[in-house]
Design a protein around this ligand. Structure first.
Ligand code: XMP
Length: 517
């Protein structure tokens, strides 16, 4: 792999993604790894990420000079660049001149090296206080900026390269070209991380792990569980049984997508638990958001366990107990949960709608190495329906937390129709990719006066909550075109009886969360 050493900024994952976009496999490792540990992973190349520290600050993560003599090509970015300079005998200093954001870099000297194919003047994205004043011996200076006399350097003989700016962010105009120059010219790697290879490799791994045993998988209707299940199905066929608990809180058409389209595309054995009534009666009379969430979570686990027992009983009767459970854990979850590699535990993720923790199964996690866009590409490669592969995030508790107030059958129907209209219009405006997700919320406890035809109405409002986001931790409200908003509003108020007002949520996160409950 290409190892991305994480110096504690938020850029390491982004660098790994960009490397994979160049069809090269990469992994993030913590900076606490010793040179020995790094080399033990047999890296094809190493990238040192940016980080918040000054190389001279007390406790700043150090990089061993040893690493740079190992023969493995290394690319230092921002902090990594300075750390490389310091370790190799260059001069790094606090100049008092900080550069943040968009900065012009100028190519200098004759050697273009990793800047080959990029213009003499290029816009880069910077974030630094210290800067490299003198390149170490044997290094060619490739570029400068106003605040950094040495903004990029290379030592071709040793396979060492570095830039002060952040090539991984899209604001650096030629960032991807610089990164690819390092990968393909500097480190002489090949493009081998393609969707076809990912599928082949994962299928082989799953077969090796599972053998002839039986496997169970919960489907939520979302992209992760669907792709994980499809991979396992491809690997071990009928040894897999999928469970779909239909809690009745999905959006229009989603249960059918699982029960009909997913099954048709994969040929998977599907066990459907129709539990709509169970969830509705458990939610009767409840309007507090946390209570609703707890009830839905609890009932989900119970319903899943009942389904599981039914499937287990059948499997045991056939003499082949179930030994494995599939989970759709993704790579960012692995990195953020510490990855088992000693990194800080930022948060522990729960996947597949909060399955029981006292699991008696061994886990199969075929998406553990993948980013979300790779999961979608794998899903498409496996022939899954576009509606599933392209689906935007949707919360486990579903429409249950998009009705502000008590959840009833009638209210679910209203919200489902309004939501279907809003989604259809967003799709036909071609904006699905620009909008991270668009919750549609029914304010069931609010009524307002309106006029329709010749009469007074006293109906409920629908809230549109379109947001753009990178990772759902922060978000901004999407500036949807007024024409589109007008169409959605007209259609919902005309077509959904009982809704007489459509409002737009213009709150970022923070302070608002994406969902209303
Ligand atoms: P908030 O509302 O916290 O949502 O800003 C952040 C993201 O998480 C989704 N979300 C959930 N997903 N189970 C889930 O699987 C949940 O209980 C849940 N609550 C919120 C939300 O849709 C958004 O993408």
């Amino acid at each position: 792999p290409v190892l991305v050493v994480d110096y504690g900024a938020q850029y390491a994952q982004l660098i790994a993604r960009r490397v994979r976009e160049a069809d090269v496999y990469s992994e993030v490792v913590p900076h606490t790894y010793s040179t020995e540990q790094l080399l033990a992973k047999n890296p094809a190349a190493i990238i040192l990420s940016g980080g918040p520290s000054s190389v001279y600050a007390e406790g700043a993560p150090k990089v061993d000079a040893e690493l740079f003599e190992s023969g493995v090509p290394v690319f230092g970015i921002c902090y990594g660049f300075q750390a490389m300079a310091a370790a190799m005998g260059g001069k790094v200093a606090k100049t008092g001149l900080r550069e943040y954001g968009s900065t012009d870099a100028r190519v200098v000297g004759g050697a273009r090296s990793i800047l080959e194919g990029t213009p003499d003047e290029q816009n880069t994205w910077m974030s630094h206080g210290d800067s490299v004043q003198e390149a170490p011996e044997g290094f060619d200076v490739l570029a400068s900026t106003a605040g950094a006399p040495v903004a990029a350097f290379a030592n071709e003989a040793k396979g060492l390269y570095g830039v002060q700016w952040h090539p991984e962010v899209k604001h650096s105009a030629h960032g991807q070209a610089v990164l690819e120059n390092f990968l393909f010219k500097g480190a002489k790697l090949e493009r081998s991380w393609t969707t076809g290879n990912i599928v082949e490799e994962q299928v082989a791994r799953i077969r090796a792990q599972v053998g002839n045993a039986r496997v169970i998988c919960g489907l939520s209707g979302g992209v992760d569980s669907a792709v994980a299940a499809a991979l396992v199905q491809r690997a071990v066929g009928d040894q897999l049984t999928c469970v779909f608990v239909d809690h009745g809180l999905l959006r229009e058409g989603e249960a059918e997508q699982v029960e009909r389209d997913f099954v048709a595309a994969t040929g998977v054995n599907l066990y459907v638990a129709n539990e709509q009534e169970r969830f509705l009666s458990a939610l009767a009379g409840v309007s507090d958001p946390e209570t609703k969430r707890k009830i839905i979570g609890r009932e989900f686990i119970r319903a899943f366990e009942e389904a599981e027992r039914a499937i287990m009983a059948k499997a045991e009767a056939e003499g082949e107990p179930i030994r494995f459970l599939v989970q759709g854990t993704l790579y960012p979850d692995v990195v953020e949960s510490g990855g088992g590699e000693g990194a800080a535990n930022i948060k522990s993720h729960h996947n597949v709608g909060g399955l029981p923790e006292d699991m008696k199964f061994e886990l199969v996690e075929p998406l553990r190495a993948l980013f979300k866009d790779e999961v979608r590409a794998v899903g498409a490669e496996l022939g899954l329906p576009a509606e599933i592969v392209g689906r935007q995030p949707f919360p486990g508790p579903g429409l249950g937390i998009r009705i502000v107030g008590e959840v009833t059958h009638e209210r679910l129907e209203l919200l489902r129709r309004a939501d279907a209209i809003a989604r259809a219009e967003l799709t036909s405006a071609g904006l699905d990719d620009e909008v991270w997700q668009m919750p549609v919320v029914l304010l069931a406890d609010v009524r307002s006066v309106g006029v329709q035809g010749d009469g007074r109405t006293y109906g409920h409002p629908i809230v549109l909550r379109p947001v753009s986001s990178e990772d759902a931790m922060t978000a901004d409200w999407s500036r949807l075109p007024y024409d589109l908003l007008a169409r959605i509003s007209n259609r919902i108020t005309n077509e959904v009886d009982g809704i007489n007002r459509v409002v737009l949520d213009v709150t970022s996160k923070p302070p608002g969360t994406i969902e209303w409950e």
